[in-house]
Write a protein that binds this ligand. Sequence first.
Ligand SMILES: CC(=O)N[C@H]1[C@@H](OP(=O)(O)OP(=O)(O)OC[C@H]2O[C@@H](n3ccc(=O)[nH]c3=O)[C@H](O)[C@@H]2O)O[C@H](CO)[C@H](O)[C@@H]1O
Ligand SMILES: [Mn+2]
Length: 336
Amino acid sequence: MALFPTFRLPPGLNRLTWRQLFLLCVLLTALMYFLRLRRPMTIRSVSRFRSGKGHDPSHRPTRTMWGAPMVWGDSEPAAHQRAEFAQRSFRVGLMVLAVGRYTHYLTRFLQTAEMYFLPGLPVNYYVLTDNPNRLVPAPELGEGRGLRVVPVAEMPGWERLARRRMNLWASTIDNQAQQEVDYIFCADVDQEFANLVGTEILGKLVATLHPQHYAQPAYTYPYERSPDSRACVLDEEGDYYYTSELYGGLCSEVLTLTKVCSQLILQDHALGIETRELEESYLNRYLIDKRPTCVLSPEYSWWESPVTPPVPQKRVISLGRRCASLKDQGKSSFNC
Ligand SMILES: CC(=O)N[C@H]1[C@@H](OP(=O)(O)OP(=O)(O)OC[C@H]2O[C@@H](n3ccc(=O)[nH]c3=O)[C@H](O)[C@@H]2O)O[C@H](CO)[C@H](O)[C@@H]1O
Ligand SMILES: [Mn+2]
């Protein structure tokens, strides 16, 4: 019997051997790879690219590949978690840094947080600022909500503050927050809350997907690639790219994260190394070594830009990054 038996195609077509069919498949597969994989990709990103998961913004998984919840506020699992936390007692901290001209964002940040950030639940705001007078008189807060003003002697400018912020977060948690709250969230002050952010965001270690990279394949993530840096991510590493605008979790977890990152930042700085995305590079390195137990969808960090895919609800909006990504005519309509 022949090794490659022949078979009959529908009438009108020639007879092909299995061998010819096999060669045709190999040829087609090679052609597909040639057309689609013109850039080097990691094994993991190739499989994600193939599965298409990184490319379809309407695909909204509710779990990460390691089984942690991926939170979309209107989903069934999010509603389930809100119901579960309604039975528990806890306190949450929301921490921001406002130095120099960034203090003008404070009013909007606090006002919108009062409307949408865990409304009706016990929350402490920790405002680290070089200008405590900005908060005199103190803004009106709901019942059970408190404001802690933490004076910091820092010079404005993100290039410098990006090296200092993790350290400032760590000392505020260590000295004060961990005695007062169970969960703590670190946020950029140039943001506003635009829709409900409830207890679905609470978890041991919580990170937020960067909206501009969420729908992209992993090989495009702006991880630090320089092998000299403590934030270096190898080609085969990394699941998602997280934003530095919102992350949090249990005080003990966030304390460890901020301590570890600030040490790595200092070590790199001592060697004159600056990473591609500053503080965000170290956050992403850390979250590869210690995967978050809860991943917030880009609903919790969003801004209009030509490369940001739509989300069901815009819950937290970055005003600063929106301005940075707009062209001149757009800037005036958003008061940039
Ligand atoms: C436009 C720009 O450069 N964007 C970069 C910046 O994100 P961002 O544009 O989000 O940085 P940002 O200017 O919002 O600064 C971060 C936060 O630091 C605080 N702050 C900053 C400066 C200052 O003078 N006073 C002050 O209080 C404030 O809370 C602010 O929200 O950093 C990221 C990494 O971390 C990425 O590299 C972004 O590409
Ligand atoms: Mn920002």
